[in-house]
Design a protein around this ligand. Structure first.
Ligand SMILES: Cc1cc2nc3c(=O)[nH]c(=O)nc-3n(C[C@H](O)[C@H](O)[C@H](O)COP(=O)(O)O)c2cc1C
Length: 352
């Protein structure tokens, strides 16, 4: 018997089962970063997944990298997210807003202030990104001063408070996939000589301080943290001391008693086992592209407490019901993943 459908407590939340919705950027916000008019329905349609982790949402102007992503730092943003949270709650679900500061993965054409991006160090990622005028090289960012690192941490703190004001059940700090928190950890993006660079311990410091500030602000049991060890996204190379940075990070986060740690897992099984042993609270494990028949494997093996799913949740609003019945799944249409309108957003059919 699989444990997939058994309940679990994560932070303050009593979840009915072990599936969750993984964070997915959909690039359908209003130009000012307020969730669009269809977002409440999109999330509420998926409420049977229990814990919905939102699309990556910037905590400040500097935190934005892509066009039409959501923010959570103005009154408009709060009002927009409140509609989402209210709809999700009315449908019986829970909402964590993912706080995503992109750092250097940004282009002045995409941000409200059109300024140079900020990052641990002035090193370009060496990749391109989509802008209104098509694909462009990502320019060299500006290194944050030590004082500005503090104010960036405060941006996360303020965004977390705003998320709670909007009625969210908590926030997930995006420490994965090549964005700001991850940039601090990686050898080839962080050549700082202050207390945020150099040693493995120093590279882990920014993520821990962000988590501490957020947990102080809204409660550790409403704070989650996502990592993706070894992920080269955004031009990152963690270098030979990568695992050590994660050891310091996880040790520091464990002291904060967070609601959960969310691992976007690649291939290092031994390291995942080590994380499981080192992490005292809820562990979410998302294995990219795992086949359907493997969905409960980590839960049943005791390696994970919750299995977030991405693309299937996007394409199947009633994923839980379909899996329970063994019904076939809709497949997602990648051409409507990012940007656009209702199509590919709220019109994936349910079984009825
Ligand atoms: C359309 C799309 C948008 C995504 N946006 C985010 C994001 O904003 N934040 C994040 O941490 N991961 C993001 N991801 C990664 C997913 O959370 C997940 O890790 C990935 O899709 C692998 O899981 P899956 O095979 O179940 O889809 C995104 C994935 C997709 C498909």
């Amino acid at each position: 018997m699989t444990k997939l459908w058994s309940p679990i407590k994560i932070g303050r939340l009593n979840l009915a089962h072990r599936l969750a919705m993984a964070p997915m950027t959909r690039s359908r916000a209003l130009p000012d970063g307020t969730p669009g008019a269809l977002s409440p329905l999109y999330y509420a349609q998926r409420a049977s997944l229990g814990l919905l982790i939102s699309e990556g949402t910037q905590p400040s102007d500097d935190g934005q990298g892509y066009m039409f992503t959501t923010g959570i730092y103005t009154e408009n943003h709060i009002a927009g997210w409140k509609k989402v949270a209210d709809h999700v709650h009315a449908a019986g679900g829970h909402l964590f807003i993912q706080l995503m500061h992109v750092g250097r993965i940004s282009h002045p054409d995409n941000t409200p202030h059109h300024r140079q991006a900020v990052a641990p160090s002035a090193i370009a990622p060496g990749i391109q990104m989509f802008t209104a005028s098509g694909m462009q090289n990502i320019p060299v960012p500006r290194a944050l001063s030590t004082k500005e690192v503090q104010s960036t941490i405060d941006e996360f703190r303020g965004a977390a408070a705003a998320a709670i004001r909007a009625g969210a059940d908590g926030v997930e700090i995006h420490g994965a996939n090549g964005y700001l928190v991850h940039q601090f950890m990686a050898e080839n993006a962080n050549v700082r000589t202050d207390q945020y660079g150099g040693t493995a311990e120093n590279r882990a410091r920014f993520g821990i301080e962000v988590a501490r500030a957020v947990a102080e602000e809204i409660g550790s049991d409403r704070t989650g943290f996502r990592i993706s060890p070894g992920n080269p996204a955004g031009g990152l190379d963690e270098g030979p001391y990568g695992p050590d940075v994660y050891r310091f990070l996880i040790q520091g986060l464990a002291k904060l008693n967070l609601a959960y740690l969310h691992v976007l897992h690649r291939d290092n099984e031994e390291f995942l086992q080590e994380i499981r042993t080192a992490w005292p609270n809820g562990l979410l494990v998302n294995r990219a592209g795992r086949p359907l028949e493997k969905i409960a494997v980590d839960i049943d093996a005791g390696l994970a407490d919750v299995a977030p799913v991405g693309a299937w949740a996007l394409a199947n609003p009633d994923l839980v019901e379909r899996l329970k019945m063994g019904a076939p799944l809709n497949s997602g249409d990648p051409s409507t993943f990012f940007g656009g309108d209702a199509h590919g957003y709220i019109d994936y059919p349910t079984m009825e």
